[in-house]
Design a protein around this ligand. Structure first.
Ligand SMILES: [Zn+2]
Length: 501
């Protein structure tokens, strides 16, 4: 590969060809059309499961989660008395990012709104952290003073993290996503005027809207309902908006520059939530305590007094937003309160529990304090056999079931979920807001109507002499090696992917 000028990576959280290509054919996305007519493009396989936290970190390290240590937005810490959730931050990433390697080579880098980069860290250049990020603290840029400069330039309102929850006000949430897209575009173009050799910027609006709005566009969706034109059209409008941003960035390209468009995973409708812990109780893998209060809670749970029901009640009195954010915290008072009054993992007899689920996407963990050696292997086989037999409307729910050794390798393998079970169409996912959200194995998903799919997108476009239109598939692990290859730099052996060009 000849010497490249700048490499500009544009992240499109939730980008999916099934959404984009029909719009390309309709002539609504002329800039994405330009990339695929004159570049190398195709599907980009996400991490399994396709969680943004692990996928973005794999994109910018070139490594699988077993090596960089990020499997989800929270770590599951197993103790003798159960487990607890600890949210992860950039400090938990046990790997250099592509921009660290480039910084060490003396290349000036600008990293803008890439997920999993809070707190920001020192690079040879600048970094503005992406989600999850407590923007209000004003500690989300490197150098720290950059945020003051940006606010002076773009106004005090400048923000990349949403101000509204879709559980409170969907229209305001949608409007805000377009405001954020404007800010990301403006800041990216502003930063690009400077002398940076590597730029990675990320737009997350498509994913944010996709989680909420599929119920208004998919007529087969169990929660399908009519809505304003704004809500029905928002996903399409966001694609058009992002294509315009791409066009503006493309117009700044020099002859030797290369642009890479990537997504962390695909996006599509989700219909049902599977209550895996409820199933594990029914199958005898989770044992509940035998005290009086747990027994009462079990009876109430079976009668329908469940966290999801409680959530819908508090949503009516406008506490929905609070619950949604609180449910992900390490120590959440509201979650602790709900766990006290409804059946929860607090009621589990950990000495006799063999396996439990934690996470949104079919992650099952074996209780290593109760299971050892040979027992582990037979328990995994038993669980997988039973999971394969789970059906809904005469169809298999989880058609992709993996043992962790087939998905990950590296020193963090021990922290990985022991089994990952997925519906390949992602019509069924696990609801993680509460570990025992529902008393039904399958229920219409209580919160989301869209979710991640296994295949995202990529497109690489540079000087015509380098690239002709070529379609091929790749994985999230291939992007970091590709960037090194474009600069003519060696690819470290620890990277799991290979260069696309
Ligand atoms: Zn998402």
């Amino acid at each position: 590969m000849k010497k490249t000028g700048r490499v500009i990576v544009i992240g499109l959280d939730g980008g999916d060809w099934d959404i984009l290509l029909p719009l390309v054919r309709e002539g609504k996305l002329p800039n994405i059309k330009r990339l695929i007519n004159r570049g190398i493009w195709g599907k980009l396989q996400s991490t399994i499961p396709p969680i943004s936290a692990s996928a973005w970190v794999s994109l910018f390290t070139g490594k699988n989660p077993g090596k960089h240590g990020i499997f989800d937005f929270a770590k599951v810490i197993v103790t003798k008395n159960g487990y607890r959730i600890k949210p992860v931050t950039s400090r938990d990433i046990d790997s250099l990012a592509i921009w660290d390697l480039l910084s060490m080579r003396g290349k000036r880098v600008a990293i803008i709104n890439v997920p999993m980069t809070y707190p920001p860290w020192k690079v040879y250049g600048i970094m503005i952290s992406g989600f999850p990020c407590p923007e209000k603290l004003g500690k989300h840029t490197y150098p720290r003073k950059l945020i003051y400069e940006l606010k002076k330039e773009f106004g005090k309102d400048l923000h990349f993290q949403p101000k509204y929850s879709p559980f409170d006000d969907e229209e305001a949430f949608v409007d805000d996503q377009f405001v954020i897209a404007d800010y990301v575009e403006k800041v990216t173009l502003y930063i690009m005027e400077r002398n940076y050799e590597f730029i990675w910027t990320t737009f997350v609006g498509l994913d944010a809207l996709g989680h909420v709005l599929w119920k208004y566009i998919d007529e087969n969706h169990p929660r399908y309902k009519g809505a304003s034109r704004k809500l029905k059209q928002a996903i399409t409008e966001m694609c058009i908006r992002l294509d315009i941003a791409l066009g503006k960035i493309l117009s700044t390209m020099n002859e030797d520059d290369v642009i890479i468009l990537v997504s962390d995973h695909g996006l599509g409708p989700v219909y049902y939530a599977v209550s895996l812990n409820k199933w594990l109780i029914d199958e005898g893998f989770i044992k509940l305590k035998t005290n009086f209060w747990t027994k009462v809670k079990k009876v109430l749970f079976n009668l329908g007094f469940t966290p999801n029901r409680l959530f819908s009640i508090v949503s009516l009195i406008n506490l929905g937003k609070k619950i949604q954010t609180e449910a992900y915290r390490e120590r959440s008072l509201i979650k602790m309160l709900i766990n006290k009054i409804t059946l929860s993992l607090d009621d589990i007899d950990w000495c006799n529990t063999l396996a439990y689920a934690s996470g949104n996407m079919g992650q099952i963990y074996i209780n290593k304090y109760a299971i050892q050696g040979q027992q582990y292997t037979s328990l995994i086989s038993d669980l997988i056999d039973r999971l394969k037999r789970l059906t809904h409307n005469d169809k298999q729910i989880f058609d992709l079931i993996y043992r962790k050794e087939t998905l990950y390798r590296g020193k963090y393998l021990q922290e990985a979920p022991d089994i990952v079970c997925i519906n390949s169409l992602q019509k069924y996912i696990v609801s993680r807001f509460f570990e025992l959200g529902s008393n039904k194995l399958i229920d219409v998903h209580p919160f989301w109507s869209g979710t991640h799919r296994l295949y995202g997108i990529f497109a690489i476009h540079g000087r015509d002499t380098y690239f002709t239109s070529k379609r091929r598939n790749a994985s999230v692990y291939d992007i970091a090696p590709t960037i090194l290859s474009l600069y003519g730099l060696p690819i470290p052996k620890e990277m799991d992917g290979e260069a696309i060009v």
